[in-house]
Ligand binder design. Structure first.
Ligand code: SIN
Ligand code: FE2
Length: 200
């Protein structure tokens, strides 16, 4: 499928075909038995609406102690390995990048959203972030390097991949809402977003 560009955001609609999406969900379910989803709280103590886990050598954590990457799950368990088809996708889409060290797993129920933010807890912000959508559609909002200004929004569908490189790497972005029951991929509905990152 043709690649869409919104400013520096590069969108690959339907990068993963339905069978590949289903295989990925099976692999993620196995990963989540080792590293279960948790509901993070912000450093100020407000619960986030998404639930999170991770795969790879680091996972991103938010709790009263702040935002950071950790080498182990809050339970003390090791993070599971990043599924090979995601590593292959990374190499195909961002061949010049270093290998991904974290695959953040965010689970959105029908009411979850993600406020406008920058991804900036990684040491090398020249390395891209690659995001995969699975399950229900999500309204993805793209802003600028500074907070505010006009934004552009796009519905991300199951199987879509977004590459955030160049200026998009440090641009504000967020998810306004999920369209419940728009996909039958996940047996209990909702949406999974995966973001692959280089952390160190
Ligand atoms: C994020 O920015 O961490 C999530 C993006 C998304 O859910 O599509
Ligand atoms: Fe983000």
């Amino acid at each position: 499928m043709a690649v869409l560009r919104v400013r520096d955001f590069e969108i690959h609609p339907g990068y993963f075909a339905p069978e590949a999406q289903a295989d990925l969900v099976t692999e993620l379910r196995a990963a989540l038995t080792q590293a279960p989803l948790v509901r993070p709280v912000t450093p100020r103590g407000s619960p986030m609406s998404v639930r999170m886990s991770a795969a790879g050598s680091y996972g991103w954590i938010s709790d009263r102690k702040g935002y950071r990457y950790e080498k182990i799950h809050p339970s003390g368990a090791a993070w599971p390995p990043i599924p090979m088809r995601l590593v292959n996708m990374w190499h195909a889409l961002v061949p010049a990048a270093r290998d991904p060290e974290c695959c953040l797993i965010n689970w959105y129920d029908s009411t979850a959203k993600m406020g406008m933010h920058q991804d900036k807890d990684e040491a090398d912000l020249t390395q891209p972030v690659v995001s995969v959508s699975l399950g229900d559609d999500a309204l993805f909002r793209m802003g600028h390097l500074a907070r505010g200004g006009t934004t552009e929004s796009l519905w991300l569908r199951s199987g879509d991949v977004v590459v955030m490189a160049g200026n998009a790497r440090r641009a504000y972005h967020g998810v306004d809402r999920i369209r419940p029951n728009s996909s039958s991929l996940l047996a209990n509905g909702g949406r999974i977003n995966l973001t692959l990152r280089v952390v160190t």
